[in-house]
Design a binder for this molecule. Structure first.
Ligand code: ADP
Ligand code: ZN
Length: 731
């Protein structure tokens, strides 16, 4: 029998109803009861099934559940809330990416522990007792108290060079007494006028416009398009300074790879302290500290990777997306979104300016700037005396080179010259490990991954073959696993480790380091390589794209690109653009200070449009040509693309679902559906993958089309359907 108190009655019926969105992939908000009307964005806790969830008040509810059946929401200390603009942003991203709104909300509520009651840290200050016995160690501890600051036990011990027992003794006799400190140390405040640089004419003009935008606090989009080394960072820092002066928060987005200590230090030189950081390497505690401080307004500037776009800013006044062309801005799983595009959306909803910065803008941004949709701010010259590097092509077809060697004669000569004059060099190859393919000389067997349709990459130093997609790895076998021939496996093609081996053989005296984004040459090793480059402890760095971007090495004069054709073979519509951007960035590392830079590109296609544009330095001619290709093919930004990816462990079901979907595709004006075809990696981490591609005119509402289409087919549970709006990778 139910207890009488739970019986529905007029008295116990809830005063208010709220539609509450849970951070789960549900189709919408659920109704709950509240005792007062809560505004949209209020963070609450709600029960669902056996669990309590952190959730967000979203609307007034749909009224479908009877009032007496509603469960009550739980309130949180301090009544935290997301801003209306952030709630609208969540809805917008969900609609655009075809994701459940709750899943997108999950990105904004990433740190549930940030809403826990703050736990003060226990600290101690001078009490009114004096210890009976005074030792030297005790005196040192008490001397620290003279500044009046509260310290933790371990801080007293460390600062006074005393044992914790000494401090405990002082606590025991009342010479030190307990007090509470906030859970986390405060973030320092960046000062807008800490160290203002003298900007050159081009920089001042661009900065003046950006500062005026920030002061006006209206939505605007600017493309800060400046050659490498032109001081784009210095320029947009002025806009950040203005946001600070106006009491606004600022967000600087960087591709994860560019989030380096170097950048944080530069920020500190300009603003007197480091900014708050947001990226995947933060500890859970730092996450909690930062999230809370962004929400309560203590943090004024965040420098972060794409996920920082969902932080709960309350008074956002500026967003910068640096290296806006970077593919790393695309989130490829979960909610699939492009952080640069969504940065523009968030800025619009926050009604604040957004600045996209790059030396090699995405074609989308270039076209938007050229058509006047974005404001186009150009910096055409390198700052100071630095000039743009001279770029030369080396036609590998004409070079006589021993098999298994990758450094041509002209490149070797240039390296010898740079080393002899005490300058630094970089060799660039966008391929990790020793060799991309291991092949049996007697039977032709290729060493491939068990879970993916990929080759295993040899890492010779560790004597292992590794899959760069799923992490599968095996010791390099001595004999061919297929035909058992002895010692018949050979390495084909170069990776950075192999180039390093050749370099060391040719230049045994030179000091060198290898840097790649490998599990073995991890971020720490890369940071170390960057530091040794800056400190001149090494002469040559051999690296993958992790070394290509953003770094500033004043003594680096020579860049050698081992294989400039790599990447052009992807065959998707952005392959040329990407190759151009990457090689341009790599080249931009050379000659950033007084000494002129020199770049050698080894290629087998010297007549290719990308190679010609790089060698001639005529960037805009390349962009115009590229724009022509896209316009004729009606691909972005002149048309819309969306990919539908089907994946699952059972290949037959995946292929069958693909065929069903293709058959069901409604015919609509201006829409074409291609496929299904096996994805480029048709097997990835054990999953079979098929792709369909929707190509539509600009005027078509692709999201509505996709929703209608996907609702027509019941795909079996064993097959996962992923929608990728504006795909940038076609794997
Ligand atoms: P970009 O981001 O455009 O490639 P950076 O902002 O990295 O260029 O600037 C290149 C170098 O020139 C940096 O070392 C930067 O500190 C320096 N620099 C740029 N502008 C100025 C300036 N106005 N005054 C002093 N140094 C500058
Ligand atoms: Zn694999």
């Amino acid at each position: 029998m139910k207890p009488a108190a739970l019986k529905p009655s007029e008295e116990t019926a809830p005063a208010h109803r709220a539609g509450v969105l849970l951070p789960l992939p549900l189709s919408g908000a659920y109704d709950y009861a509240t005792d007062e009307k809560l505004p949209r964005g209020t963070i609450v806790t709600v029960p669902l099934g056996p669990r309590e969830y952190l959730a967000c008040v979203w609307n007034d509810g749909d009224g479908k559940v009877a009032p007496e059946k509603l469960k009550p929401v739980g309130r949180l200390p301090g009544n935290p809330h997301l801003s209306g603009a952030l709630c609208d942003f969540v809805d917008w991203v969900a609609r655009y990416t075809l994701s459940p709104p709750g899943q997108v909300l999950g990105l904004a509520l990433r740190v549930p522990s940030a809403f826990d009651e703050p736990v003060p840290r226990i600290a101690f200050v001078r009490g009114d007792k004096t210890p009976k016995k005074m030792t030297e160690a005790r005196a040192r501890v008490l001397a620290l108290c003279e500044d009046g600051l509260a310290r933790r036990l371990s801080d007293y011990a460390a600062e006074a060079n005393a044992s914790p027992a000494v401090v405990r003794g002082l606590i025991g006799c009342g010479a030190l007494v307990e007090t509470g400190l906030p859970e986390f140390a405060r973030f320092p405040d960046p000062e807008p006028d800490y160290a203002q640089p003298a900007l050159n004419a081009e920089q001042s003009e661009a900065a003046r416009i950006l500062v005026a935008d920030v002061a006006a606090q209206k939505f605007s989009t600017s493309l800060l398009d400046g050659v490498t080394g032109s001081g784009k960072t210095e320029t947009y820092f002025e806009a950040v300074a203005e946001a600070l002066r106006k009491g606004k928060q600022a967000l600087i987005l960087l591709p994860e790879i560019a989030l380096t200590v170097q950048f944080l230090d530069r920020f500190a030189e300009r603003f007197g302290c480091r900014p708050a950081e947001w990226h995947s390497d933060l500890s859970q505690k730092e996450r909690k500290r930062t999230y809370r401080a962004v929400m309560n307004g203590e943090v004024r500037v965040v420098v972060g990777a794409r996920s920082a776009l969902f932080l709960p800013f309350q008074e956002l006044g500026l967003i910068i997306a640096d290296e806006e062309h970077e593919q790393a801005y695309k989130q490829e799983d979960g909610v699939i979104y492009h952080a640069r595009d969504m940065a523009v959306v968030r800025a619009r909803l926050e009604n604040c300016p957004v600045v996209l910065s790059s030396a090699t803008p995405s074609l989308e941004s270039y076209v938007n700037a050229a058509s006047g949709r974005y404001r186009w701010l150009r910096l055409r010259e390198r700052h100071g005396v630095a000039s743009l590097p001279q770029i030369k092509l080396i036609d590998l077809r004409l070079e006589k080179m021993d098999t298994g060697t990758w450094l041509s004669q002209p490149l070797r000569e240039a390296l010898a010259l740079a080393l002899a004059s005490g300058e630094q060099a970089m060799l660039f190859l966008n391929r990790r490990g020793y060799a991309p393919l291991t092949l049996c000389q007697s039977c032709g067997h290729k060493m491939v991954c068990r879970n993916c349709s990929t080759w295993l990459v040899e890492h010779r130093y560790h004597r292992r073959l590794t899959c760069h997609h799923c992490g599968f790895d095996v010791p390099t076998p001595k004999n061919c696993p297929e035909c058992q021939a002895e010692n018949s496996l050979i390495a084909c093609g170069p990776g950075v480790e192999r180039v390093a081996e050749e370099f060391a053989a040719v230049f045994p005296q030179a000091r060198m380091a290898v840097a790649s984004s490998d599990t073995w040459h991890g971020p720490l090793e890369t940071q170390a390589a960057i530091r040794s480059m800056v400190k001149r402890e090494i002469d040559v760095v051999i690296g993958t794209q992790i070394m290509a971007k953003g770094h500033h090495f004043p003594q680096l004069t020579l860049v050698g690109v081992i294989d400039a054709d790599l990447g052009g073979a992807d065959g998707d519509m952005r392959a040329r653009e990407r190759t151009f951007q990457l090689l341009h960035q790599v080249s931009g590392r050379a000659g950033r200070a007084e000494k002129p830079g020199f770049v050698l590109l080894q290629t087998r296609n010297p007549n290719d449009a990308v190679m010609k544009a790089l060698a001639s330095g005529d960037r805009d001619a390349f962009y115009e040509q590229e724009r022509g290709f896209r316009e004729r093919a009606a691909t972005p930004p002149f048309g819309r693309l969306a990919a539908v990816i089907l994946s699952g462990a059972e290949g037959d079901k995946v292929r069958d679902a693909g065929r069903q979907l293709a058959k069901a595709a409604p015919s609509a004006r201006g829409v074409k559906v291609w496929g299904p075809t096996p994805a480029f990696y048709h097997l990835l981490r054990g999953q079979t993958r098929e792709r369909l591609l929707v190509q539509a005119d600009k005027s078509v509402d692709v999201q509505t089309y996709l929703r209608a289409w996907l609702a027509l087919v019941k795909v079996p549970n064993a097959v996962r359907v992923t929608v990728d709006i504006d795909p940038v990778s076609f794997f």
